[in-house]
Design a protein around this ligand. Structure first.
Ligand code: UD1
Length: 420
């Protein structure tokens, strides 16, 4: 297992290319189950989660081959409609295969994903929505077994806006008979991108990008080539890294529009930011002004950037700031690890109060993907050396993180270790 050894105190300066979106890829890869044939997904990130999805699709007879950032997928010979626990437990997004398998084959057996590092993450909305489209669902031995002769259109309202459930229902509804209306649907860019790909494949979807999606089912779809959208969470993480180190960085191959909320908050902290169509440049020459954030569904501040923002606020020298987490109210696993670096953070229910702290290198443990990113960011400004253990969490979602950061002035070594 690898660890990262990070020497703090280096200012970041230079250009960082942003990879394709992890969550975007994980949403569009399962869409290839909807129509037999050959697809090329350009701008696919080379990440552990993409490998896991490729293995999962592979276990169903779908051939996936990542060459550079082109992912070739051949779904001509699907042999199974089952997603085993061994793969689903590694990555919750595996649950995305349920909707497309069920709508195309009338049958799917998919393991329940279980909890995750920051608490329970239910799938009730996925199942309720599929039932509304006519699926018969049984739970057996940890598996969801879903059956339907052919799904039919329906109206479905999401009690809570859910990215995964919206993606699943969208992929189910495009081949259902009749019209479906999804209200309070997720408007995250990854779902909008999925809807656009489905339309390219021949689906009929109206109001894309809004929270009311209207789908007219079709009998058949066709394979397409598609380009994955840029990773907005990776981009936000590097913007924060630039700001924390009082650096001057430029991100390329990004979509500034997807980052509007975080850019506005960074500006409030004192950063100078310029954007053009696909680049964002940031310069910071002071400790950040403390700024409160509340995580929210898109276009609000994503929960996936909460931990990194916490690291950023530790750098403020003047007062404290608050983070309120509204999506996963107990997503604070990173706090005790940040405390090992000297962070002073108090948690009151779903709010964290962050006091400016002077950080000192230590050995810390990654607990989940974004928590790991917050540890790396803190290590960039901590005095001395920090060792971040269990970086396989990071490798799920950040392509070549140490290479990208070292290229702009960080000092990070990846070390193989047998111990943890
Ligand atoms: C996706 C992202 C994840 C991000 C999250 C929130 C992917 C692969 N993952 O996860 O990185 O942190 O969106 O932006 O895209 N909920 C229910 N019942 C359900 C489903 C969800 O109550 O059936 C709740 C969840 O507990 C949570 C909220 O809805 O409070 C949002 O979760 P959801 O949008 O579904 O997250 P994921 O799709 O799992």
């Amino acid at each position: 297992m690898d660890k990262l050894v990070i020497e703090g105190g280096h200012r970041l300066k230079g250009t960082i290319p942003i990879s394709g979106s992890k969550n975007g890829s994980l949403a569009i890869m399962p869409a290839t189950l909807l129509a037999s044939g050959v697809y090329t997904l350009h701008n696919t990130p080379n990440l552990r989660d993409v490998w896991t999805m490729s293995r999962l699709l592979g276990s169903m007879g779908v051939h996936c081959d990542l060459n550079g950032d082109d992912l070739f997928i051949d779904s001509s010979n699907i042999t199974s409609q089952e997603a085993p626990y061994e793969l689903v437990k590694k990555m919750r997004a595996s649950f995305y295969v349920l909707g497309p398998l069920l709508s195309r084959y009338g049958y799917a057996k998919v393991s329940l994903p279980g909890g995750c590092a920051w608490g329970p993450r239910p799938v009730d909305l996925h199942l309720k929505g599929l039932e509304k489209l006519g699926a018969k669902i049984e739970l057996d031995n940890g598996y969801v077994i879903a059956k339907a002769d052919r799904l039919h259109g329906a109206r479905f309202h999401f009690d809570v806006s859910s990215v995964g459930a919206t993606g699943n229902l969208l992929m189910a509804a495009v081949l259902a008979k009749g019209n479906t209306i999804l209200t309070n649907a997720a408007t995250e860019p990854e779902i909008t991108a999925l809807a656009r790909m489905l339309v390219k494949m021949g689906a009929k979807i109206e109001n894309i990008g809004t929270n009311q999606l209207e789908i007219e089912g079709v009998d058949e779809l066709k394979p397409v080539d598609e380009t994955t959208i840029p990773d907005r969470i990776e981009a936000a993480t590097y913007l924060i890294a630039g700001a924390m180190t009082k650096g001057k960085i430029e991100l390329t191959n990004t979509n500034p529009y997807h980052l509007s909320a975080i850019i506005a908050k960074l500006e409030e902290t004192g950063c100078q930011i310029d954007v053009n169509s696909s680049n964002i440049s940031l310069e910071m020459d002071q400790a950040p002004i403390p700024v409160d954030i509340t995580t929210n569904i898109y276009p609000g501040i994503p929960t996936d950037i909460q931990a990194q923002w916490m690291s950023y606020m530790l750098c403020s020298e003047n007062g404290s700031s608050k983070i309120t987490e509204t999506i996963y109210t107990d997503r604070f696993k990173h706090v005790p690890e940040l405390a090992r670096l000297g962070a002073q953070i108090e948690i009151l229910d779903s709010t964290a109060i962050i006091n400016g702290s002077s950080l000192k290198g230590a050995t810390v443990m990654s607990s989940d993907l974004r928590a790991s990113a917050s540890l790396v960011l803190s290590a960039l400004v901590a005095s001395g050396k920090t060792e971040v253990l269990r970086v396989y969490h990071l490798d799920r979602g950040y392509q070549g993180i140490e290479m990208k950061l070292n290229a702009v002035g960080a000092n990070i070594k990846r070390v193989k270790t047998d111990t943890i």
